[in-house]
Design a protein around this ligand. Sequence first.
Ligand SMILES: Cc1cc2nc3c(=O)[nH]c(=O)nc-3n(C[C@H](O)[C@H](O)[C@H](O)COP(=O)(O)OP(=O)(O)OC[C@H]3O[C@@H](n4cnc5c(N)ncnc54)[C@H](O)[C@@H]3O)c2cc1C
Length: 307
Amino acid sequence: MSDWSRIEERLLAVAPGCVRRKVLLAPFTSYNIGGPSRLFVEPTSEDMVGEVLTVLDEEGVEPFVLGGGSNLLIADDGWDGVTLHIGHNLSGWEFDGTEAEVKAGTILLDFIREVVQLGLGGMELMAGIPGGLGGALRMNAGAFGHEIEGTVVKVRGYFPDGVPVALGRSAIEFGYRSAPELQKVIITSARFSFKPEDANVLKTRMDDVLLLRAEKQPLEYPSCGSVFKRPPGYYAGALIQEVGMKGKVHGNAQVSPRHAGFIVNLGGATAKEIRELMTIVSDKVQERFGVELQREVKFVGFDDVRE
Ligand SMILES: Cc1cc2nc3c(=O)[nH]c(=O)nc-3n(C[C@H](O)[C@H](O)[C@H](O)COP(=O)(O)OP(=O)(O)OC[C@H]3O[C@@H](n4cnc5c(N)ncnc54)[C@H](O)[C@@H]3O)c2cc1C
């Protein structure tokens, strides 16, 4: 049994003013779903992240790391532990020629806009992917054939026991929406490298993809983007449409009529409803096509899933 008041006291000693109790997680997610976190810590420096992790490791507590919250389904009962939020509290960048050092909590789109304005190419097609830099690295986020792995030079962070780590690009075997070597790393910053290009050309490219997203994606409703990864040789959305699930409503959750790969929160949906609809959809696809859809969205706070 964890002694939560002692843990809170120890956390306050290394992260004064950065620890709160019983914080509702829903507002930190793009789904706008999720119950409270027992403790919620928002470190304001990379060193502080290390100190917080050391305390948690000594107390035998593994935190849940929250970035921009755009790829998460958090249980209705929340997270009965410590949430380590790497967000606006740990954000910002510094350019050095065609390279940049970026803190992990930086909003990806803010950074891309700056990169484009400076006439640096390599990330413009990723404009519109919500969330932060840390989450994007952990997920190897990407769009239109460009993943974040294409520009990264080095990733810095801590192992869960508070030991610092720095991994060069070649030490990370990025895959489709995966970065196995970062699985256990709490990312605090990264270095990126870009190619000089005409800023106007880059801006047009960025605006085009933002427009395309607005046309194709149901951005008017809270969601986590594509629920499932693209199965080899197929498109998840097309398979879901084929089994007649496009537009299917379950409680306040719905398979988007605009994009069958999205399950949206129509307003007031519970995590339970969203999860049930995910299961109904993947069972139907499995039955009909024998294709097992793999979840892209991460589950947090569900007793039967640990990831
Ligand atoms: C409308 C919409 C459209 C989307 N479109 C795309 C798309 O085109 N392509 C795409 O790839 N994704 C897309 N996504 C999914 C999502 O935006 C990405 O996966 C994003 O990179 C997640 O970043 P985040 O900061 O929100 O991470 P979170 O959702 O906060 O976390 C995701 C995972 O990363 C971990 N994590 C977060 N921060 C850190 C950190 N600092 N250190 C270690 N681990 C961390 C979390 O523990 C969790 O396991 C979309 C989502 C939405 C809602």
